[in-house]
Design a protein around this ligand. Structure first.
Ligand code: F7E
Length: 328
């Protein structure tokens, strides 16, 4: 019989890559998705409308699906937006994880077995802690989003300790792809650069260009999620490349690939600054490499190139009138 996975946030970047990864391994994949959000959902998945604010709906989906593995990827995941929507972010991103854990605790079958649980924890939890950050680095969250993720992290640990549930945290550093939402900085840059190259746009407004991030490829990172749930015991793992680059480095890489100079097009707009910034992140994923055998495959330059090439194709289609000019 096929194993059954339930993925919250199936319609997001990570959900879509994870679904493909699981389908290739013959899982039956079910997704909890907000009504009307099915853009990135693989048609082979079974969708259940619902969201992380609705505990009764989550319980009903658990009863319908009886999952073997649960991946909690759903969240309000934009750090800048979390300053405008702090209560909503706490509800979805923080308490949402607790609602899933609670459904899981109550869903033990007759033999006392419950599903394995993966929590999408985030490098944002570290704030401005000294680099490189690893599993022993203390958290100091600097946004409502990061505070919500710290809450969810500790709830996951608490359910593991208190109820002996198999519950693991993946502390993932930034991970990007052509499926990344257009309001995150890498995709905003690749999309704009491609449109500038084809004369569809002439300016790109950004915030802090000096922030440094450890950027990997989302397709590599979903494998780590799965490996965590195949391991013989639940644990917490940092997933990162170990390399750090600034937003300016990413601009140079992308515009350089298109034979353009970003200085001719980029303008700084204060609306894209955050009330407080995480200046520099660089992860040490030695534990995951040693225990799970995981390692990233796509380098920073390759990531920038593959995202740029994808967005160039999209811009060409747009220039030919095949797609709408309005970003979704
Ligand atoms: O910003 C700077 C911005 O929004 C990266 C989420 O997936 O990764 C992500 O969080 C950096 C920041 O990602 C713009 O100030 C400059 O320093 O792409 P981002 P993030 O905030 O690092 C972590 C691991 C998560 O868990 C989150 O869910 O880029 N930046 N100018 C800008 N950022 C944006 N969005 N837009 C700008 O115009």
């Amino acid at each position: 019989m096929n194993r059954v996975a339930l993925v919250t946030g199936l319609s997001g970047q990570d959900g879509s890559y994870l679904a493909e990864f699981l389908l290739e391994r013959d899982y039956d994949v079910h997704g909890l998705v907000p009504y009307g959000r099915r853009e990135l959902c693989d048609p082979r998945c079974q969708l259940h409308y619902g969201d992380l604010t609705d505990a009764s709906r989550i319980a009903a989906v658990f009863n319908d699906v009886s999952p073997d593995e649960v991946y909690n990827l759903g969240a309000q995941s934009h750090v800048r937006v979390s300053f405008d929507l702090p209560v909503h972010t706490a509800d979805v991103t923080g308490v949402g994880a607790l609602r899933v854990l609670e459904a899981m605790r109550q869903h033990r079958d007759a033999s006392g077995r419950s599903p394995r649980f993966y929590q999408a924890s985030s490098s944002e939890m570290f704030g401005n802690a000294v680099s490189p950050q690893d599993e022993s680095t203390p958290f100091h969250p600097l946004s409502p989003y990061a505070c919500a993720k710290v809450f969810a992290y500790w709830q996951t640990v608490n359910y593991r300790d208190a109820y002996e549930l198999f519950a693991s945290n993946g502390i993932l550093f930034n991970h990007e792809s052509p499926r990344r939402g257009e309001h995150f900085v890498t995709r905003k840059i690749t999309r704009a650069a491609a449109r500038i190259k084809l004369g569809l746009q002439d300016r790109l407004a950004l915030g802090n260009l000096e922030a440094r991030r450890d950027w990997g490829f989302a397709g590599d990172y979903v494998e780590a999620m799965w490996l965590m749930l195949q391991h013989d015991e639940a644990d917490d793992f940092v997933i990162a490349t170990g390399q750090t680059h600034s937003v300016r480095d990413f601009l140079e890489e992308v515009f350089g690939h298109l034979d353009l100079d970003y200085n001719d097009f980029v303008e700084i707009d204060p609306q894209f600054f955050r009330p407080i910034e995480v200046d520099a992140l660089r992860g040490n994923s030695e534990k995951a490499r040693r225990i799970l055998g995981w390692e990233p495959r796509v380098s920073f330059s390759e990531l920038a190139r593959l995202m740029t090439e994808h967005d160039l194709e999209e811009a060409r289609a747009e220039a030919q009138g095949l797609t709408s000019e309005t970003p979704n």
